[in-house]
Design a protein around this ligand. Sequence first.
Ligand code: ATP
Ligand code: MG
Length: 480
Amino acid sequence: MVEVQVRVERELDRLAPVLDELGQRFAEAGHELHLVGGPVRDAMLGRSHHDLDFTTSARPEETEKLLRAWGDGGLWDMGRDFGTIGARRGEWVVEVTTYRSESYDPASRNPTVAFGDDLAGDLGRRDFTVNAMAVSLPGRSFEDPFGGIADLAHRVLRTPGRPEDSFGDDPLRMLRAARFAAQLGFDVAPEVVAAMTDMADRISIISAERVRDELVKLICAPYPRLGLTLLVETGLADLVLPELPALRLERDEHHRHKDVYEHTLTVLEQAIDLEPRLPGGGPDFVARFAALMHDVGKPKTRRFVADGTVTFHHHDVVGAKITAKRMKALRFSREETEAVCRLVELHLRFHGYGSGEWTDSAVRRYVRDAGAQLARLHVLTRADCTTRNQRKAERLRRTYDDLETRIADLSEAEELASIRPDLDGNQIMEILDLAPGREVGQAYAYLLEVRLDQGPLEHDAAEAALRAWWAERQASSESS
Ligand code: ATP
Ligand code: MG
């Protein structure tokens, strides 16, 4: 506890330039102001923020006036009805929200907001006790009406009131429990898990966008396994990401066979460990989500073969389709969806070539098909090895090292990432004396194939190949 106090004091000292001045300004105008939520919780955990959340007795119009006088980088409101005004000064970003006491329409997707009168009421409607602590300003008195500091010390998520009431008011909080478990590495209190299990189906009234945003935060957190396991065990995953629990394949009608599910969580964790290899480092949502979804085609493609083995033919292609459907339902952008699906679709490609027998053509195609996802495909393919056989794992690792070396060598020679045919559309039209149209596209596609198979060609050789293709095409269309 003493250690926590020291940490908080140190963080508050760092924040003093903002806290003291804002506290003063609000007090002089006759209003209460408190630092709340994430920054208070994280100060206790020894993590620092530049984004600060506050709650106040001031109504939004007043807040706006006070922040306008304080900030230097513009002002925004998060929908005036929500009572949140944001402002910036230098590197600091603050959001100040009027005390709330929400009233919920149980059938609606979003809370309807009513302003409250005091801090206690505002803290009481927050999601978890560790998020329901405040530092009152300018005096810095610490407010913790629901025992958040004890829960933080025990690393447990608990709701301020009864979890059934809290989740009934806003079912999204069930996902937030899993998200904070994943971010903080905390346990979720048993009565909270029980309420999540009983009330899981209520999540269906929440909009896909809000669900998506929590899932993204969960997956990008340091301990996604904790959050995902909770979603699966409470039944929430059946509603928000059913492909994941479906990986717990049954070996026969009596036995669950968790290999694919367990394998998937391990691949996700291994992908996270490999993120330093990505240009942007991590956390990388696309790489992580691809790791999570890479085998979702397995349940649908499973076949029992006569000799007692199991096959999953084309689970890569089927998995990419299933992934696209899920990401569309969750309103992910087209770019993100395409990136993840590309990875799922290509996750087996590396294994298709045996060991050490990659032709230059195969390497070019691998790079070309991965496109902008190549670095992530390296991570996914390396992560997708969970064998306990050390020698096998080592052999796969070496083979992949070789492939990356081959790619680097060929890239240097050929600029693989930007592979184009040796002749462009204009040159094709000139050589064959064609007007723009379908035939030019077909010629272009043919030359791209040649380029991938044979590597770069001199202009004359490319022209000869093009003319030969054209002549043959003309001949076969005449004969048919
Ligand atoms: P982060 O570091 O992700 O910003 P945070 O704790 O600040 O974490 P936010 O989602 O930004 O989380 O929410 C800010 C605060 O508002 C939370 O700490 C919590 O007290 C409260 N809060 C946010 N959403 C809800 C909700 N749906 N129900 C109840 N309280 C909420
Ligand atoms: Mg926040």
